[in-house]
Ligand binder design. Structure first.
Ligand code: ATP
Length: 361
């Protein structure tokens, strides 16, 4: 295996525990990686005066590939979310989240195998917001009324939902290119175009146009509420699913819940120049520092990173070992014991990691 240099951002909360577990598993799997550790989050505020130091962004740019733990955004730092800021700064416009059943992980379905492709830079997540009672909110309310767009109560807070042609074409094209490259058969676009005609309507219209460029891939669309119902009734009807930002965020947790929960849901943020891999879950402050976290999501995110680095064999070894540990069912963390309704004692993050390393032989 070739040597790779990767930026590691341990993050905070359970991030320090899950990323340490991930490093141990990659070493046991024979991945030849030099880790360049870069810091972000609440813990670095005092030293750097910001939760996202410039040196951390530079480290990702230098190595082009990074893996991170979750980052809690400290209140009053000028950041709505450090994670969102990192995605914006590096133009990581794709959020890629494969969702698959792992037997023994407590999922309600055994046959889930789909991929969520979430737009990562626009929509209500763009952070264009006006607090209630401000002059800006009052001006906007007046503007909307004058433009005949409708009355807004004067005591409203306002969040703007921008969805662009460029952003939509980029994400939908990524979804189709991914489907072609991975031998997948169908792309579904999810929206609420019947109500939000100029944002979701644009998303659907552009998605249909891009779909015409890929006649070999089946295309359909679903209104987001119907999508949720269909997903819960029969997830096997979905293959690659492309979402605007907010619906993709919500659908990611829905899908994770169907296969066993956030503890096993991996993900990646991908742009034209850089890729940052990270679990779907947040910093889980309720269990942080207690050696209770399930590191599977971080480890499977690392397997995605190995695929990206061209190390598919090593990635496959790790996925196989994960399946073996879950199938054996002896060493499972608390979230999975809960999801499976088991009264067996939960193992620690470290015990799970050791079991996985044994499975890797
Ligand atoms: P964010 O807003 O950053 O997504 P959140 O507070 O909404 O974060 P998470 O931190 O992702 O949510 O997790 C919600 C709960 O799920 C946690 O409090 C924890 O109990 C559980 N959880 C999440 N990830 C894990 C994990 N890896 N292992 C065990 N439990 C987890």
């Amino acid at each position: 295996m070739a040597k790779h240099t990767v930026t590691l951002i341990p993050g905070d909360g359970i991030g320090t525990e899950t990323t340490e577990a991930m490093q141990k598993v990659l070493a046991a799997a024979g991945a030849d990686i030099e880790w360049e550790v870069a810091l972000a989050g609440a813990g670095v505020m005092e030293e750097y005066g910001t939760p996202l130091p410039e040196s951390t962004i530079e480290a990702v740019k230098r190595n082009k590939v990074a893996i991170k733990g979750p980052i809690t955004t400290p209140v009053g730092t000028g950041f709505r979310s450090v994670n969102v800021a990192l995605r914006k700064t590096l133009d990581l416009y794709v959020c890629l989240r494969p969702v698959f059943s792992i037997p023994g992980a407590g999922g309600r379905y055994n046959d889930v195998d789909l991929v969520i492709v979430r737009e990562n830079s626009e929509d209500l997540y763009a952070g264009v917001e006006f607090a209630e009672g401000t002059q800006e909110a009052a001006d906007l309310i007046e503007f909307c009324e004058k433009a005949g767009a409708g009355a807004i109560r004067p005591d409203s807070g306002i969040s703007i939902k921008p969805i662009s042609i460029t952003g939509t074409q980029n994400i939908v094209r990524y979804a189709f290119d991914y489907a072609v490259a991975q031998g997948r058969k169908k792309v579904t676009a999810v929206h609420k175009a019947n109500i939000m005609k100029h944002s979701d309507g644009l998303f659907l219209r552009e998605a249909r146009k891009v779909a015409e460029e890929y006649p070999q891939i089946e295309f359909d669309d679903k209104i987001v509420d119907a999508f949720c119902m269909n997903m819960v009734i029969d997830p096997s009807q979905f293959d690659v699913i492309v979402f605007p930002n907010l619906y993709g965020d919500i659908a990611s947790d829905l899908a994770a819940g169907m296969v066993g929960g956030l503890g096993i849901a991996p993900g990646a943020n991908i742009g034209k120049d850089y890729a940052v891999f990270e679990a779907v879950h947040g910093s889980a402050p309720d269990i942080a520092g207690q050696n209770k976290a399930n590191p599977t999501a971080e480890i499977l995110s690392a397997a995605m990173m190995l695929d990206h680095l061209g190390e598919q064999e090593c990635a496959a070894r790790i996925r196989k070992a994960v399946r073996e540990v879950y199938e054996e069912g002896k060493w499972l963390t608390g979230d999975i014991r809960w999801a499976t309704g088991s009264s067996e004692p939960a193992c620690s993050c470290t015990e799970f990691t050791d079991a996985l390393i044994r499975a890797l032989g």
